[in-house]
Each structure stands twice: as C-alpha cells, then as structure tokens.
Write a protein that binds this ligand. Structure first.
Ligand SMILES: *[C@@H]1O[C@H](CO)[C@@H](O)[C@H](O)[C@H]1NC(C)=O
Ligand SMILES: *[C@@H]1O[C@H](CO)[C@@H](O)[C@H](O)[C@H]1NC(C)=O
Length: 218
C-alpha cells in the first residue's frame, strides 16, 4: 500500500505543473493592466478598479485586413494585453494574420502559448515541427481550424490565388514571438557570424548576405 504522503506529493506536483502549462491563474475578477506604471512584476500591476471601463476590455483593431505589401506578404495584427489592458491575468489573447497570394508568416515560435487558428478567408499551407524534427503539415481553408503546440516552430504560407486571413487564439495574455530568421540574423547586438556560420555549415559571407537582407528587429 502506498504511503499517504505519495498522493499528497502527486497532488502538489500536479498543482505546480498545472501552473506552468499556461499563464498563472487570476486571483480576482479583473486586474486591468496599468501599462503606464513603472512597477515591474510578472504581468502588469492592476489599475484602480474605480478607473476601469468597458474600453479596457474592447479592441476594434482586428476588423479590417492588415496591409500585406511587405517583403513577406503577410501581417500579424496582435490583440494582446498591450492593446486590451483588461486581458491582464486572464491568460488569453487573439491575433489576426493577413496574407497576400504567395505570402508567408515565416517560421516562428510563441514561447508562452499554444496557438489555434480559424481560417477567415482563402486557404493556407500550415505546419509545425516537433522536437523530433518531424514536420506536421496540411492545407486548411475557410472555416477550418489548426493548432500549433506551445513553443514549437511553425509557419503559414498562402499558396492560393487570392488573399487569405486567419484569427489566431492563444492561451497567454502575451504569447511572445521569436521569428527564427530575425532572431538569429537580425538580433541587436548581432549574433556573431562565426556562430551562425558553424551552426548553418555555411561561410561567413553567406551569413553577412542573410544579415544584410533582414532589418534589425524593432
Ligand atoms: C484614471 O485613468 C486615467 C487615464 O488612463 C488617468 O489619467 C488617471 O490618472 C487615472 N486615475 C486614477 C485615480 O488612477
Ligand atoms: C502599403 O499600402 C498602404 C495602403 O495602400 C500604404 O499606405 C503603405 O505605404 C504601403 N506600404 C508599402 C511598404 O508600400
């Protein structure tokens, strides 16, 4: 028979793990972010509840397509805690991604969230790569849904003839994005050329060529 300490230990482990699977849970009804506060905590401090209004929970920035006339042919419009301060401590956010024909949302990861997308318009070739280096991919079209597990590198490409768009949902108020190419080749200060040359098994000239084409991340 197991010692009584074992179930307690498992319960404790579960409690700890369940808190690391997504954003920490909230401790009150709302905690509308005071984005102007200089106090830094994990998340944002709450503004006084007598200064909270419906606008803190509202955003109309996803209703129109984003401009896709850029070098990638895609644009991500985020709807996270930075635009919707009422999302602070709630553990969810959205984004809209628009794609020109041929446009790509290049390989990237969200360190703090799983993503699930709903296709609003067009069709997309989507995929993610597991830690075993297996590509899981397929085509999705209007009305369909696809999931990108937390932390895994993923992408979407519009190989259709018309524009495409998705609404993406995340289980984090601020999922964060690391775009692989920009992270490695446009970091500031830069990642040393010799590190990238060795990692990609190419010459430093090729590294410099890639760096010159990727503007530093803002
Ligand atoms: C209420 O919010 C406004 C606008 O964000 C700010 O200027 C004001 O100082 C706030 N008042 C209080 C009492 O926090
Ligand atoms: C993209 O299109 C918009 C709207 O037509 C325009 O305002 C913007 O300057 C364009 N951007 C580029 C990089 O061409």
């Amino acid at each position: 028979m197991a010692s009584p300490a074992v179930p307690f230990f498992l319960l404790l482990l579960f409690a700890i793990l369940s808190n690391t699977f997504a954003d920490p849970d909230l401790l009150q009804d709302t905690c509308v972010a005071d984005l102007s506060s200089g106090v830094t905590i994990n998340g944002f401090v709450c503004k006084p509840s007598n200064n909270v209004s419906a606008n803190d929970f509202f955003f109309n920035g996803l209703k129109n397509p984003g401009f896709v006339n850029n070098s990638l042919g895609s644009l991500v419009t985020a709807a996270n805690v930075l635009m919707i301060p009422g999302l602070n401590t709630l553990g969810v956010s959205l984004a809209r991604v628009d794609y020109a024909p041929g446009g790509v949302n290049p390989p990237h990861t969200h360190p703090r969230a799983t993503e699930i997308v709903f296709v609003l318009k067009g069709k997309l070739d989507v995929g993610f790569i597991t830690t075993a280096n297996v590509l899981i991919s397929r085509t999705i079209k209007v009305g369909e849904v696809f999931t990108f597990p937390k932390g895994l590198v993923h992408f979407q490409k519009n190989n259709g003839v018309g524009n495409a768009a998705v609404i993406a949902a995340f289980n984090s108020q601020l999922p964060g994005t690391q775009t692989i190419a920009a992270t490695l080749f446009a970091a500031c200060p830069p990642v040393p050329n010799n590190v990238l040359a060795k990692a990609f098994q190419i010459g430093t000239k090729e590294v410099e060529k890639i760096k010159s084409r990727l503007a530093p991340k803002k």
